[in-house]
Design a protein around this ligand. Structure first.
Ligand code: TTP
Ligand code: MG
Length: 372
């Protein structure tokens, strides 16, 4: 993304109450439910032969095991080095899958827009059920109670005005936490939070920033978009909006989305390239945010242009395969639109669309596929 992304003029959407529910140490919790004598022990769910073969990875582990520095995805070899006395339990895939289905069906019972994001997490838009954060808290509490009563499982819940904030909030106080982030808590909520806790910031970025002495969000929340872009590239403008509660807050309920598009009508002076570029940047950002938030890849990019004489045209380009690469998509939008921006007539409308969408979960081996 270029350095002139405009966010200051973004209209604040209506307030949404978004909830993110995430089960605590899911696979391990199911194992503890089956065998309560394991409770309080450092338990790893993974290859039971790892002590002999040294092979396999940690699928998850109990909080007691996490105290030794063990985490999901770590090699069993490394995990056993850190905690030789850990108890290894082989995964019971069918039971995880069936439990997950029951939990998600229970959550669907709230009859609100819901997106099941993985085997143990779901986003829910509870805006239609509540009018205050206190009422939202009640619902979260109720969900925790009922999931424990029905399934003997605990979960952590985040409630916030956007999807991403809700996810960060559910992870904020695990296990059994309920964390609320209200608009007025921003951006201070991020004070004290490690940068690595932000979804999308991987190990490489974390290490790179640490070398510059940047480890916590406190050091970022008051930076300008331009400064954030120096540190994070195109992700910088996203962070700026994340800290201010301006990222996606809509859970798309229609399963079969055909396209994502945004357009804007205005009265443009001929050849006002600076203004047109700003509009394109803003529209691109909005369209791209939906693509990311709803986890789509797109094959086709379309730009729509209307001139002051109301002549309208659309130009499309299809990539060889589906993508969500922000830079490639943005560059294609610029390429498709560039020849019209200095047209003598001036522009009345610009639209940007993505179509030929493919769900990311549909092409990658999702956890649910793995469990089936
Ligand atoms: P998570 O919700 O990431 O982890 P968790 O539920 O075990 O722990 P937390 O209390 O921190 O939420 O993932 C859910 C389940 O998905 C997890 O129990 C095991 C499985 N999983 C894998 O199999 N491999 C992985 O790399 C990860 C991250 C999870
Ligand atoms: Mg979990």
């Amino acid at each position: 993304m270029t350095g002139n992304v405009q966010v200051s003029d973004e209209v604040q959407e209506d307030l949404h109450f978004i909830m993110h529910v995430d089960l605590d140490m899911f696979f391990a919790a199911v194992e503890l439910r089956k065998n309560p004598t394991l409770m309080g022990e450092p338990v790893i769910v993974g290859n039971p032969n790892a002590r002999i073969t040294g092979k396999g990875v940690v699928l998850t582990c109990t909080y007691e095991a996490r105290k030794f520095g063990i985490s999901s995805g770590m090699s069993m070899f490394e995990a056993l080095k850190r905690c030789p006395q850990a108890i290894i339990v082989p995964p019971s895939k069918k039971e995880y899958y069936e439990t997950s289905k029951r939990v998600m069906n229970y959550l669907r019972g709230y009859r609100v827009p819901i997106r099941v994001a993985s085997v143990d997490e779901a986003y829910m838009d509870i805006t239609s059920l509540v009018t205050s954060w206190e009422e939202a808290y009640e619902i979260a509490w109720n969900i925790q109670e009922e999931l424990f009563a029905n399934e003997r499982l605990t979960c952590s819940i985040g409630i916030a005005p956007t999807l991403r904030l809700a996810k960060i909030a559910s992870d904020y106080d695990k296990p059994k936490g309920i964390t609320i982030v209200r608009p007025e808590d921003l951006p201070e909520f991020f004070v004290g939070l490690q940068i690595s806790k932000i979804p999308g910031i991987g190990r490489a970025t974390t290490e790179k920033l640490a070398k510059q002495g940047i480890t916590h969000c406190d050091q970022l929340i008051h930076l300008s978009i331009a400064d954030l872009q120096v540190l994070f590239g195109s992700f910088g403008s996203y962070l700026y909006r994340l800290f201010r509660g301006r990222t996606g807050n809509i859970i798309e309920t229609k399963q079969e989305r055909k396209s994502i598009s945004h357009e804007s009508t205005f009265y443009g002076k001929p050849k006002d390239l600076e203004r047109y570029t700003k509009i394109i940047d803003r529209l691109f950002q909005r369209t791209y945010d939906v693509l990311k938030d709803e986890k789509w890849l797109t094959k086709t990019v379309t730009v729509k242009i209307r001139f002051s004489d109301y002549k309208t045209l659309t130009k499309s380009y299809s990539f060889p395969g589906p993508t969500d690469n922000e830079k490639r998509l943005y560059e294609k939008v610029i390429e498709l639109s560039s020849e019209y921006l200095d047209d003598y007539r001036g522009l009345r409308l610009i639209g940007i669309g993505f179509s030929n969408l493919v769900k990311i979960d549909g092409i990658q081996t999702s956890l649910l596929d793995f469990l089936k």
